[in-house]
Design a protein around this ligand. Structure first.
Ligand SMILES: [Zn+2]
Length: 439
């Protein structure tokens, strides 16, 4: 086995072979969901198709989309797992939660084989990230209810890394423990937690670079592809960072390789991903640089399968070969399709604004919020509140405001009304919410 891949056969498979594998598994999965679930049977009947007619991924286009709220609503009615439950209770061994659409966590069930698949695709992504059995990994995700805890933990264990289930909170104790260990260590966390850890270290007289964290595996928040943000993390802790992507419904499945040229799709053979135009819902062919929404269809899921489930996540896809030899497509997240807004015909993503503001370091620290004061059409200049670095004097604010507005107009092609605030003015809990529709 080559040291480059977790699953060389799958990760370097030709497009033709992937298609064959998908078609074969699709057929089995369709027959399974049709037999096990009244909801899926109704979907097939509505479209007037039979499970045995699915021979190729393109055949999926005949079926309607599935929306997260359909599952969430059925859970509100009292279902343990909701309309897409296909396995019987005795075969389901774990339930964790994912952020729902109703503001309540949505429950997702897993059988033993589902968990094994979760760990398989998670290991592919982690291996691409450069995680190895020799790594000592502090897992600093929330173990409470969410997939980022126990289930992701098991991916690290499957790969063979020495995994320390630290969880979130108690950060000072974490720093002390890390500092005590006189060998290189790794961290699995959200990127904003890494920044918080570096700040906390400095506040407590510990030089963050001396803690010894040399590899950072990050997930749970967008922003890692924004150059300034990533550099801030790497410089402050002295580590190499890798981006990772997953969802509570599917698990973590995609990660960057050493070339760090976006995320390698790692769900091959387990989840089939389509790309659609979120407005027209028409499929978009996978070509270099195209943008669309991911739609997921399970190929082996027993407990809670998905059939053309809309992710509402917008992605840019890349198909040019990567020097690492992985063959399936690569992608980067552009944000929730719900977070996109249109200013005078220009599509704007909060991540784009983040990239521009990050390029203005060290004057700005990269924290910001976009405020939309009135409902669309947005024919006005949206407000952007941005934090200024501590050492910039107030007299310079006016010039900096003009520079910021010019940079956004230049990079992103729309006008803004920028307001500057002191570092720390945007509360930590609100930091992940970049877009506020204040109407
Ligand atoms: Zn690669």
């Amino acid at each position: 086995m080559s040291d480059s891949y977790w699953n060389e056969e799958i990760e370097t498979m030709s497009a033709k072979a992937v298609e064959r594998l998908e078609s074969e598994r699709l057929q089995t999965q369709m027959e399974y969901v049709y037999a096990k679930s009244a909801y899926f049977r109704a979907q097939f009947d509505k479209a007037n198709v039979k499970p045995e007619s699915f021979k190729h991924r393109n055949d999926l286009e005949e079926l309607p989309f599935m929306e997260k709220y359909e599952i969430a609503n059925s859970q509100l009615e009292g279902h343990l797992l909701g309309i897409n439950q296909c396995a019987s209770q005795e075969d389901i061994i774990r339930i964790h939660a994912t952020g729902g659409t109703t503001g309540r966590p949505m429950r997702v069930g897993w059988t033993r084989r589902d968990i094994a698949d979760y760990c398989e695709v998670g290991s592919r992504a982690l291996w691409a990230n450069g995680c190895r059995p020799t790594d000592v990994v502090f897992e600093c995700m929330n173990y409470n209810l969410y997939a980022g805890g126990v289930s992701d933990h098991l991916c690290f264990e499957t790969l063979g890394a020495t995994t320390i289930p630290f969880g979130v909170g108690n950060s000072l104790r974490l720093l002390e423990m890390m500092n005590e260990i006189q060998q290189d260590i790794s961290i699995w966390a959200t990127p904003s937690y890494a920044i918080r850890l570096a700040t906390l270290a400095r506040e407590n007289g510990i030089e963050p670079q001396n803690i010894g964290v040399r590899k950072g595996f990050f997930s749970g928040e967008p922003g890692m592809q924004v150059p300034g943000y990533r550099e801030k993390i790497e410089d402050s802790l002295g580590l190499v960072s890798f981006d990772m992507y997953g969802t509570g419904e599917l698990g973590m499945h995609s990660g960057e390789c050493a070339h760090r040229n976006n995320l390698h799709y790692g769900g091959t053979g387990v989840v089939l991903t389509e790309l659609i135009d979120p407005e027209t819902t028409k499929p978009i062919p996978f070509e270099e640089g195209v943008i669309g929404e991911f739609v997921y269809t399970s190929l082996r899921r027993e407990a809670c399968p998905h059939l053309r489930m809309r992710s509402r996540d917008l992605m840019q896809v890349f198909v040019e070969p990567c020097p690492c030899g992985r063959t399936d497509f690569r992608f980067k997240t552009l944000g929730r399709s719900d977070d996109m807004f249109i200013v005078k015909g220009v599509n704007v993503f909060p991540l784009g604004v983040q990239a521009t503001l990050s390029s203005m370091r060290p004057k700005l620290n990269g924290e910001f919020q976009i405020i939309l004061d009135r409902p669309p059409p947005i024919d006005y200049a949206p407000r952007i509140i941005a934090e200024v670095a501590r050492d910039v004097p107030k007299e310079q604010y006016d010039v900096l405001i003009s520079e910021t507005m010019a940079a956004i107009a230049n990079d992103l092609n729309f006008s803004t009304a920028v307001e500057l605030v002191e570092e720390g003015s945007i509360s930590t809990e609100k930091k992940s919410q970049r877009l506020i529709r204040d109407y």
